[in-house]
Design a protein. Structure first.
Length: 560
């Protein structure tokens, strides 16, 4: 038992301690509270896995609650995308909630605070309020409107609600302490005027609550036991508790906020504002561009939910922010794809090989395994003919003894096929090799006779039959940014680190079994990497995205 407790992360220890100190398991309820102002990214995966993971661990409900308090930036598209991403990661929420569900209750509570002299309407400009708030080392000064009468505040707040004021002219502030060492406690704004239609309440409201006023009260309404936030909200905890103090009933469970560290990923950005900038400036094709750190982008690129969950489990939950190398995420992706991906053959930079002693017009179907990691995956057949494609880099006219691919006078085995020997080659006027003439050994076919009787050669190449090859658009993706932490430079904009070679589109030639591949299907192109079918594919046009290479080559490139 003690070993199990010691293996818990500090968030789980908090829950365990609460259970020991009076909480009932039946009282546990967690929530994931995204704002629908953009698509979820890899940074959100930690919070999703934490909250829903706690739900699974303690058999407790988890709410999906949208923090939809800013109609200027929020859209139904984002709501739909968030729900899809959470489901894709493998989690189910207990109830779907919205902060907008509580607009009337929040308003009623705000009225009560005004009546108690704990909230007032301020007509200062944002610049004036910022100036009178003081500095971290200097106390603020009271607003000239701080001591308005209750009746006057109620009347003006009603006019705010009725839409009688322009945006930016009036706000409702909590009356707390303008000398507090916590700047957030210096009469924070609770409501502002916004004349914008809300994606759920339309134009019912002309005032909208601020995050700090909404979040804790929403937790309380839903009877959330633990509200886990990232570290930037640590200073907000005092305000979270102050607002709860004004509304909580002693007979009801009171939520508690605790914070954990954000996990940043190298060579990317995880700010929704910056991701939106990439979309709006057409650096990428959309929120689901496979170069984006969004979950929809990773899904389109071919990532699996299992690989992301394993990655999140590996990096764990910590108390300090940290930069995680993206290669760790890719490691977990390769590890999972290696187990589940069928092996196929495709040639991305082709040169033609003519097997001069193979009969013209003849086709032979060779058996090959679908996945050596999974015997149940079975086998398939690939066509072999007189003319095949191999990769250009797999042939040299001359090479040293350490080059185990095809060279003049040398032999290699074709995957699941025969041994061939390069006899000669043909070049164009620029000296580029355009054809290689080979002979084959008809007795060397893989699978014929016993393994001991097969002649051994050191090199094995992938290939496709020219006559049967499927032409496909192949999108080769690389890191979107050249710098490992592009948004932390004070003197440079993150856009300066965009990798100009993050996408290369080529034509590949694939074995015919891929003719029936569907959007989202994942494969290992042997010796090349992992690829998946892009949603842009349609009948007569195959489009593949490169998901990840067979090994991490980026570090080697960067260190050269």
């Amino acid at each position: 038992m003690s070993e199990a407790v010691e293996s818990l992360n500090f968030i789980e220890h908090i829950v365990e301690d609460d259970l020991k100190n009076g909480y009932s398991k039946k009282e546990l309820r967690f929530r994931f509270p995204p704002e629908p102002n953009g698509y979820l990214h890899i940074g959100h995966a930690s919070s999703i896995c934490l909250n829903f993971g706690l739900g699974l661990r303690y058999d407790a409900p988890v709410n999906l609650r949208f923090d939809d308090t800013n109609p200027a930036k929020e859209e139904q598209e984002y709501v739909d995308a968030i729900k899809k991403d959470v489901e894709w990661l493998g989690f189910k929420w207990d109830t779907e909630r919205y902060a907008s569900d509580y607009f009337q209750q929040l308003y009623d509570w705000a009225i009560e605070l005004i009546k108690q002299g704990k909230a007032y309407v301020d007509e200062q400009s944002s610049e004036q309020m910022a100036e009178q708030k003081g500095t971290p080392t200097q106390a603020g000064t009271n607003s000239p409107f701080r001591d308005r009468s209750v009746d006057e505040n109620l009347a003006i707040f009603q006019k705010m609600k009725d839409g009688e004021f322009q945006e930016g002219t009036h706000v409702l502030r909590a009356k707390i302490d303008m000398a507090s060492s916590n700047m957030l406690m210096r009469d924070p704004i609770m409501y502002r005027v916004l004349h914008k239609a809300h994606h759920r309440t339309n134009t019912d409201w002309c005032i909208y609550p601020m995050y700090d006023w909404t979040h804790g009260e929403s937790d309380y309404i839903e009877q959330v036991s633990h509200s886990f936030c990232t570290l930037e909200f640590a200073m907000h905890r005092e305000l979270y508790d102050w607002f709860l103090d004004q509304v909580t009933d002693a007979n009801k469970l009171r939520p508690k906020q605790r914070e954990f560290a954000r996990r940043n990923l190298s060579h990317t950005v995880v700010s929704k504002r910056k991701l939106l900038q990439l979309v709006e400036q057409n650096v990428v094709t959309g929120w689901d561009d496979p170069r984006m750190s969004t979950l929809s982008g990773l899904r389109r690129r071919g990532y699996t939910p299992e690989s992301i969950r394993n990655f999140v489990e590996t990096i764990g939950i910590a108390k300090r922010d940290n930069l995680i190398d993206v290669s760790l995420l890719e490691f977990h992706l390769r590890d999972h794809l290696n187990k589940i991906s069928p092996r196929v053959m495709g040639v991305l930079d082709p040169v033609k090989v003519v097997i001069t002693n193979y009969p013209e017009g003849e086709v032979e179907w060779l058996q090959t395994e679908n996945n050596p990691e999974d015997a149940s995956a079975g086998k398939r057949e690939v066509p072999f003919s007189r003319e095949i494609y191999i990769e250009k880099e797999d042939f040299r006219e001359e090479a040293n003894r350490k080059f185990f691919r095809l060279k003049l006078g040398g032999e290699v085995r074709l995957k699941s096929g025969f041994i061939i020997k390069a006899e000669s080659c043909t070049k164009d006027t620029d000296g580029n090799i355009i054809e290689i003439q080979c002979t084959y050994d008809p007795k060397s076919k893989s699978g014929s006779g016993t393994e001991e009787s097969l002649r051994k050669v050191k090199g094995t190449l992938h290939w496709v039959s020219v006559a049967h090859a499927l032409k496909a658009e192949v999108r080769l993706y690389d890191r979107l940014f050249t710098d490992e932490s592009p948004d932390t430079h004070k003197d440079k904009d993150f856009m300066e680190f965009i990798n100009p070679n993050s996408l290369k589109v080529i034509t590949g030639y694939l074995e015919p079994s891929l003719a029936t591949a569907k959007s989202g299907d994942r494969f290992q192109f042997q010796r090349l990497g992992y690829f998946c079918v892009d949603p842009d594919s349609k009948e007569g046009k195959l489009v593949f995205n490169k998901t990840v290479g067979l090994r991490d080559t980026w570090a080697k490139v960067q260190n050269k």
